[in-house]
Design a protein. Structure first.
Lengths: 509, 436
């Protein structure tokens, strides 16, 4: 028995070692170890022990542990899903519609999807890179390709596909989809610390708790060990440590290669004029620039969002979950070989409010490069699931269904009220879910919410919060009967305290 | 917050949702029919009367207040009347007098041998060594012109590279302000000001202050802070700080180059100035809340330095008030809410720029309206005794629930009770401990 187990471990270790050899960090890691071996700290007589000790001291051990952690996490998440054909069909159709709309916008505006920028324009953008808000563009004719509302309409057609609903039953319920979601009781098991009433930052204002969390957090941050940082985030991070802890959990470490890569993305923005750039400018202007919490960061956001659109690594890492992007010819390029580009290289077409996925990071990082990599890692891990159709348990469809089930089971009177006034309850919260509440909650509250997403590695908290807010305001909702008035009751979330509200929802017996 | 959400909130919940409180019939009078004032008075069920009627509560302009208190008017207030200014508030709110009072306060402390007046040597911009107060160096070096011209020139020569800012003493909202970086420019200005075709300028006095040319920038832009401070008494000093201040941002990137020296959109944060810029956004009005500033600083710079900055701001406010407390006419009928303008430099040191005795109650955005409505509501609940009727015999110690969004900054009477022997010394020590 023992020996089989040991053999298993040995086997896994061999497999992992093979895989690490294929990673981009392997080369530098290996040479670091070589250097270490030749140092006087490592003795030939006691090679294994002294090398391990030296690796620990140099921080190489933590690096190795983090690498394995991220490797294993990535593999666990890759488990093949059983795709619902309706969903994949709908997703392909939706993608086609987006592409069509991009193309027709292009021909309406008599421009092309991709072309070389003239030298003068390149120079102007380069010069104004730090203050792109002063770069004059006429965007009056550009419209966001789609808004959360449009995406919701598509999702609603998914749920209506079951033909055998009775006449008096609303056809919009996601419940018709054969997907598994958790019940509140099951959620309590996902969030045991919250459900058992442990003290959380953001819920318990006592100075002793913040001091205790700050001291513990500082030690956790110093260790730079991803699983530990993740565990710590479950009970909330002090604002001053969040920037580091998030980076550790997401495995973001700024190296010279990464800075160089960011500059490469920037160079591509300067050289090639993608139609999507205008959409990005437009989106920043429509959202962050008009928002009293984020307008200050406008110039930072242009840089980050433009570079993001050029990042082919995003597409690589999300292969299979974000569809098949267009390929287009860059007008004006000489050789035919590199004149073909994926449009956009990241594969991600922004929608109205896309920028809001990045805005909260402005409260953590001053430096655009650092901001960029943490935001990107967050996006690749979570946010893409919120605007692509999939059967993934963390995908938007499952989250909508989870919201519906939680509301029906735990707030039956509200559920009936919505039914009586003939409003689909998903309509009043969908934009919250799709933007992960960014732009709706004040930033300090939002960051606590996102702490919990990272800490528990799970998006289920989004629909749970939506239900908790509805439940909190239900007396007011009962008094209104039009969608405009329900929206009005829910419009201002500036007084919502996220953590206590969620903990209350999870703690109920 | 989301755009459309805000619009909705504005139409439906534009008024802060609050139940009608104290239903006692007070007579109020106001010179200023601003909606944030009127809606607060109405919600309390007060009755509006004219200035010649019997009023209990007067929200007056500074001019009305001065007239009322002047010997000629012969008006005497009874025990159940209250007014929103101190008769000589200008000791704090006029730029020249504020500086004069602070200079005097520091000298007095120095004479007493008070450790607060400790000085140390610092290296100036130009490499020369000068002396500065360690704990009380919170206003940029300032001189009154033309009176202190020679002293200014002496200081100017110590660091000839620095920039100075000229402000007319009696004006507000950024009018008449300009920057100079050469003595010749000042000389030119003074010649022109004295010229016969500018007779009105020659009478006016100016202050000239070292320009904070290393302001903290966020997103590359300069900003200043507007904090609200409520005083219910100067002797003993009772002061409250409103938690909901805001930062006012310039619309244009900060740029210290000489060519931009005359571009006021770069240098002045006043909304009245920025409003006329092409990039002014009337949804947020260039305003960000102080809470968000704090969040940003904690996130990007750390908690220790952020806490130190906020403690230093409280310190600055308390000592600017102490500097004038001896000269203020401490009439028991009066209270006053001051608008403090503070600039933070890139070393996270706050500088007091000026104090406004009639901070604007005009709302530029939805959030602004909510904030100012709360401000007035909280002021009323702090200055009025628990039964809601003005009474000068009240000890001016509001219940903790009455404070709303105000924090107690200092109450010398309470401190005295705590420790009868050395009240002021203790309060100072307390704050000082937080600062250092």
């Amino acid at each position: 028995m023992e020996s089989i187990k040991e053999e298993n471990i040995h086997h896994t270790a061999l497999k992992l070692a093979e895989e690490i050899k294929n990673l981009s960090i392997y080369k530098s890691f290996y040479s670091d170890i070589q250097k270490l071996v030749s140092s006087p700290n490592v003795k030939k007589e006691d090679f294994k022990q002294t090398l391990q000790q030296a690796m620990k001291e140099k921080g190489l051990e933590t690096k190795l542990r983090n690498t394995i952690y991220h490797l294993v996490r990535a593999q666990n998440k890759q488990t093949k899903l059983d795709p619902l054909t309706t969903l994949s069909k709908a997703s392909a159709q939706w993608e086609k519609r987006i592409h069509k709309s991009l193309n027709s916008m292009c021909s309406d505006l008599e421009t092309s999807l991709a072309k070389l920028r003239p030298q003068s324009e390149q120079e102007e953008i380069a010069e104004k890179w730090q203050e792109l808000s002063t770069y004059n563009l006429d965007l009056s004719k550009y419209r966001p390709v789609y808004a959360p509302k449009d995406f919701l309409e598509v999702l609603l057609t998914l749920s209506g596909y079951v033909p055998f609903t009775k006449d008096d039953e609303p056809k919009w319920e996601f419940a018709h989809l054969p997907l598994q979601v958790k019940s509140l009781d099951q959620l309590r098991k996902v969030y045991p610390e919250w459900a058992s009433g442990e003290l959380l930052l953001g819920a318990n204002p006592e100075a002793t708790l913040s001091a205790e969390r700050a001291a513990l957090g500082a030690r956790v941050a110093a260790l730079r060990y991803a699983p530990l940082a993740q565990e710590f985030l479950k009970r909330g991070s002090p604002h001053c440590l969040r920037a580091q802890l998030w980076a550790h959990v997401l495995g973001v470490e700024l190296s010279t290669q990464q800075i160089a890569y960011f500059n490469k993305l920037k160079k591509n923005v300067l050289e090639v004029d993608l139609m999507i750039d205008k959409l990005i400018f437009k989106d920043v202007q429509l959202t962050a620039s008009n928002d009293d919490q984020y307008f200050v960061f406008e110039d930072l956001l242009y840089q980050v969002m433009l570079c993001f659109s050029r990042d082919g690594e995003v597409l690589q890492q999300l292969k299979g979950s974000v569809g098949n992007p267009l390929t287009v010819t860059i007008k004006g390029k000489q050789t035919s070989l590199d004149s073909i580009t994926v449009f956009p290289p990241s594969g991600i077409i922004p929608f109205h409010g896309f920028t809001m996925y990045a805005t909260p990071f402005c409260y953590l990082y001053d430096d655009p490069v650092q901001l960029y990599y943490t935001f990107r890692a967050f996006y690749v891990r979570y946010w893409h699931r919120l605007h692509y159709i999939s059967t993934h348990p963390q995908g938007i469809v499952s989250l909508c269904l989870l919201y519906e089930r939680l509301l029906e089971a735990n707030e039956p009177l509200l559920w009936i009220h919505f039914r009586n006034i003939n409003i689909n309850p998903i309509r009043v919260v969908f934009k919250w879910l799709m933007r992960a509440f960014s732009g709706h909650l004040p930033p300090d509250q939002l960051l606590f919410l996102w702490d919990a997403i990272l800490g528990y590695d799970c998006l289920d908290i989004l629909p749970l919060l939506a239900v908790a807010i509805l439940s909190f305001r239900k007396e007011n909702i009962f008094q209104v009967n039009t969608i405009q008035n329900v929206d009005a009751v829910l419009a201002d979330l500036s007084t919502i305290s996220v953590v206590p509200l969620l903990q209350l929802a999870l703690m109920k017996p | 917050m989301n755009q459309d959400a805000k619009k909705l909130a504005a139409s439906v919940y534009g008024r802060v949702n609050a139940p009608v409180v104290e239903r006692c019939r007070l007579n109020f009078c106001t010179d200023l029919e601003k909606s944030v004032l009127m809606s607060n008075f109405e919600r309390r069920g007060w009755h509006q009367v004219g200035p010649d009627d019997e009023w209990n509560f007067y929200w007056a302009s500074t001019q009305t207040c001065r007239n009322l208190f002047s010997v000629e008017s012969g008006y005497r207030m009874n025990d159940n009347q209250m007014i929103n200014h101190f008769p000589n508030h200008y000791e704090l709110s006029r730029k020249d007098l504020l500086v004069k009072n602070i200079k005097r306060y520091r000298k007095e402390l120095e004479r007493e041998g008070n450790p607060l007046a400790e000085k140390s040597e610092v290296v100036l911009h130009g490499g020369q060594v000068g002396t500065r107060y360690v704990h009380l160096d919170f206003v940029p070096i300032t001189f009154v012109l033309p009176a202190d011209y020679n002293m200014f020139v002496e200081e100017y020569r110590k660091s000839p590279q620095s920039t100075w800012i000229m402000k007319p003493c009696g004006k507000s909202q950024g009018t008449g302000i300009f920057l100079i970086n050469k003595l010749s420019k000042l000389k030119k200005w003074s010649r022109e000001a004295k010229a016969p075709f500018h007779p009105q300028l020659s009478k006016e006095s100016y202050v000239i202050s070292r320009y904070i040319d290393n302001p903290l920038l966020i997103g590359g832009k300069k900003f200043d802070l507007r904090l609200y401070v409520l005083i219910t008494s100067f002797r003993p000093l009772k002061a409250y700080l409103f938690q909901l201040g805001f930062c006012r941002f310039c619309t244009v990137k900060y740029d210290t180059s000489v060519t931009e020296l005359d571009n006021m959109y770069v240098h002045l944060t006043n909304v009245s100035v920025q409003k006329h810029g092409g990039d002014y956004n009337n949804i947020h009005g260039g305003k960000m809340s102080v809470q968000n500033l704090k969040l940003y600083l904690e996130g990007t710079r750390g908690k220790a330095v952020t806490d130190k900055l906020f403690a230093a701001m409280q310190w600055l406010i308390v000592h600017s008030l102490k500097a004038v407390s001896s000269v203020m006419a401490n009439d028991r009928h009066c209270f006053e809410c001051y608008g403090y303008d503070i600039i933070i430099d890139n070393q996270l040191k706050p500088w007091l720029v000026e104090v406004n005795a009639s901070p604007s109650l005009t709302s530029t955005t939805v959030n602004d309206r909510i904030l100012k409505y709360k401000l007035i509501d909280n002021i009323l609940s702090v200055v009025l005794p628990p039964d809601g009727v003005p009474d000068v015999r009240w000890n001016k110690q509001p219940n903790p629930e009455a404070l709303g969004n105000f924090d107690l900054l200092i109450d010398e009477e309470l401190l005295e009770k705590d420790e009868p022997s050395s009240s002021i010394g203790k309060s100072i020590k307390n704050i000082k401990n937080r600062v250092t």
